[in-house]
Design a protein around this ligand. Structure first.
Ligand SMILES: [Zn+2]
Length: 148
């Protein structure tokens, strides 16, 4: 069967990035950025490894995508991320003027919406794809962490 390049397909790719973060004992959040049907950036959270609170998956993906495009604006690009972006990432996404954001799980406490951060008016948002899997991966991570 041919795999269609749809939101589910790309969110699976972002989820694979989150699993890579999990394996490195990083909070499991993964992100990819697409342009057309092409993945131009993929990243996962690396705040522990880089000892850098700005090393969220989205921040790295934004930088990688801009490098790929050779311009700072991410017009006609879509970000797929497994967790609702925080206000820092929402701010960076605002400046990137990215066309669309699709996130999986909501973050009621630290998501950009609860922190009243705003995205660019041109940015469309969708959420809920693979919500359960993405939320469960984060739950599992913190449960496992508590054992030590
Ligand atoms: Zn963030």
């Amino acid at each position: 069967m041919l795999q269609p390049f749809d939101d589910n397909y790309f969110m699976k790719k972002a989820f694979q990035q989150a699993e890579m973060a999990y394996e490195k004992a990083e909070i499991p959040v993964g992100a990819i950025i697409t342009h057309g049907n092409q993945i131009i950036a993929q990243a996962h959270n690396l705040t522990e490894q880089l000892t850098d609170v700005t090393a969220h998956a989205e921040m790295q993906a934004i930088t990688a995508a801009a490098n790929y495009i050779g311009g700072k604006y991410l017009h006609d690009c879509t970000l797929y991320v497994t967790l609702e972006p925080c206000q820092m990432c929402a701010g960076a996404l605002y400046w990137s003027q990215i066309s669309k954001i699709v996130f999986a799980a909501e973050d009621a406490k630290r998501g950009y919406r609860s922190m009243q951060a705003k995205l660019h008016p041109k940015t469309k948002v969708e959420f809920g794809i693979m919500e359960e899997e993405a939320a469960q991966l984060i739950k599992d991570f913190f449960l496992e962490k508590r054992k030590f």
